[in-house]
Design a protein around this ligand. Sequence first.
Ligand SMILES: [Zn+2]
Length: 223
Amino acid sequence: MSRTLCPNCQRPDKACICAFTADTANDIHVVVLQHPSEVSQTKGTIALLAKSLRSCQVVIGENFSEDKCFLQVMSHYHPVLLYPGEHAKILNNEGIAQLTNASNKPLAVKDKPICLVVLDGTWKKAYRMFMLSDNLQQLPQVCLPDYLANAGQYHIRKVAKKNALSSLEASCYALALLENSCDSSEVSPENAGKYQLLLNKFKEFNQFQMSFRPSPKDSREEI
Ligand SMILES: [Zn+2]
């Protein structure tokens, strides 16, 4: 049985995500490290993020210690890992200033531009990627302030924990905070600067995906 695929997003016409993308000129490059099990996950949000951001790359794998693509990223950028680890710096004015040791330009550290590294997988898989990859453990970690971390709109997958934002939302908020070098307290779920359009489109995307949901019992998934 043949299905027609959208030539742009390569999904079946019925599930095409092109209407939900929002062309967004991000200043800080985004590197998504995607667990192989997320690649075919049609409910995943990274496809939408990667199609919307002008500067974004997706690297698939589990252990990135020797990954050529990621080693290249490490040599061109000063990567910061969006990961709520014990030593993560909260992305508020103070945390951003500490991250760069500079008062007003959080976009670069020692001549290298910052890039934001995001892990895409369930919590368990993201943890595994982190533990397997020595180079990820060396990166400075950042996390979202609580008021944003708990503001998720992601209803497609059952959200089992606090802090369970979709990768798309977490990335948009982190970019808005990092790029809005003047005052990070201005960033909110209703006011995420140039990322707001994408966040709004994402809400529509959620509703669209919900319309495919077969029955409540099928919606239980590991986060
Ligand atoms: Zn499409």
